[in-house]
Design a protein around this ligand. Sequence first.
Ligand code: PSU
Ligand code: MN
Length: 302
Amino acid sequence: MSSLFLLSPDVRAAIDERQPIVALETSVLAQGLPYPRNLEAAQALDACVRREGAVPAWVAVENGRVRVGLSEADLEVLCGPGAGIAKVARRDYPAVLAGGGRGSTTVSATLWAAAQLGIEVMATGGIGGVHPHTGDVSADLLELARLPGLVVCSGPKSIVDPVATLERLEELGVLVVGYGCDRLPFFLCTDAGLALEHRVDSPDAAARVARTRAGLGVESAVVLCQPVPAQHALDRDHVAEAVAECERRAAAAGVTGKAVTPFLLSTLAEVTGGASLASNLALLEANASLAAKIACELVRGA
Ligand code: PSU
Ligand code: MN
């Protein structure tokens, strides 16, 4: 493996001994959630994965290397207020590594690192997608199309256009599967109002899809969508109104590029009086636990 990677001892051992591993992104910590909720989330997700018997493989950039597996102290640094961490999508690796600074990885960058190491399962909150009106499309979509693995999420984030996002995933050849649902989950909301063609209802069934993808040599990832836990689901119309307000503020503030998603998420937390944060944390934990169960099934069935 490239010396540009630095693995924690537990991730190294888990790879060598073929133990279950779940890759976890860190952009959700450094850019997606405010301090100290991000640190609470990091500790909770780490515990969720371990409780199910898998090893969490947080991905980040530091000192010119891609780090896989972070300690509690590392997570504290990443989550620290005003830590000045670069948001790293897959394309940004060479520049951020060469620059020597710290970076947190999005879904696209995390999936890439996981694929380099043969880690098959990753968890996140919501994947990026096609934003309405602006022509902004998340790099997550193209990377899902050309990297293998299984991404457990709660559908595309509520700040994107779900119809355009689902269409784009179809065009890109990315398999989208509902977990215990027939309609596309929409991050903070249970249902984007769009039918899904495929569904599984157990970690074992999800692992079979992942194993079959690998067996066929399909080069794109599977997006497994689990709805937000029911008691934390927000009303779709209410979220749509709040997102429209967030978009107005983003336009007025001239926010562009990779700052758009963090700006919309933090403004959404403000506009919903913190409800979006509680919902986001709940779905992150549920997805980490499910991803760990699937990783365990994959090892069992291997
Ligand atoms: N899920 C969350 N919160 C987040 C993200 C996912 O619950 O902040 C991050 C992921 O890292 C995802 C990124 O890849 O948002 C998408 O950013 P963009 O729209 O700029 O591609
Ligand atoms: Mn973008």
